[in-house]
Design a protein around this ligand. Structure first.
Ligand code: COA
Length: 207
């Protein structure tokens, strides 16, 4: 680790600090769980594609699932299997989980809602991921629709996100839900990849 900390050089350093320094009490999960506890990570077993998918708010007991899917989905960009469960357990995110039968198959995480009276109410969609074996079955769609509804209920006027410049499936999903390309950020990720920042204004908030 260098002097400036593990993510000192990259955009994620600022994001981590912002998330940590802020306190959104209304979004705290009910119960604390020991961070890093991964004793309960079970291997993913594919449910029948016929089984109904439900979306619910994540519980502390979902932390091992968030950790294991973060590693699969985002491990190539940095240590997200540490960062995302840590942010979730810190109670500074709104996290939704998609469950099929009793098996968790995806999650989406919204960061702190910034509510400076002089600027728009804004939040970052920190992550969305679906188990690779369950891709292309509409689960990403369900998570996005529910997250946008949750953001609307909290009067979030503007959402932004970062995704890798070469992550075309994700960019297609985000464009489908009204996000547009805003900025290219060089070496944004801990492992050095560039990111694309995308933004979306709430339909009710557009002037
Ligand atoms: C992006 C991701 C969440 C999509 O989840 P999914 O459950 O497969 O998505 P869905 O089946 O609900 O598809 C929803 C929309 O996403 C887009 N999409 C998803 N996969 C796509 C692909 N391989 N190619 C092009 N578009 C794709 C399409 O717009 C699709 O809508 P359509 O079916 O009307 O064309 C999933 O690919 C994933 O987990 N990727 C790894 C993690 C990641 O990159 N997250 C985003 C950055 S935070």
């Amino acid at each position: 680790m260098g002097k400036s900390g593990r993510f000192g050089k990259y955009g994620e350093h600022k994001r981590m600090a912002r998330l940590r320094n802020s306190g959104i009490r209304e979004m705290r999960p009910g119960k604390k769980m020991r961070p890093g506890s991964s004793a309960d990570v079970r291997p993913y077993r594919r449910p029948s594609s016929e089984t109904e998918v439900l979306i619910r708010e994540a519980q502390p007991s979902d932390a091992p699932f968030i950790q294991s899917l973060s590693k699969k989905a985002f491990g190539q960009y940095g240590p997200y299997e540490e960062m995302l469960p840590e942010w979730f357990l810190a109670g500074i995110t709104l996290t939704l989980v998609a469950v099929q039968g009793r098996v968790p198959v995806g999650f989406a995480m919204l960061g702190i809602i910034h509510s400076d009276p002089l600027s728009v109410r804004e939040s970052e969609l920190v992550a969305i991921a679906v188990e690779p074996e369950a891709h292309r079955r509409g689960i990403g769609d369900r998570l996005m629709r529910n997250m946008i509804k949750a953001a609307d209920e909290r009067c979030v006027e503007r959402m932004h996100l970062h995704t890798a410049v070469d992550n075309l499936p994700a960019q297609t999903l985000f464009q489908k839900y009204g996000f547009s390309k805003a900025r290219h950020k060089e070496k944004f990720y801990p492992k050095g990849q560039d990111a694309l920042m995308m933004v979306r204004r709430a339909e009710w908030g557009s002037r």
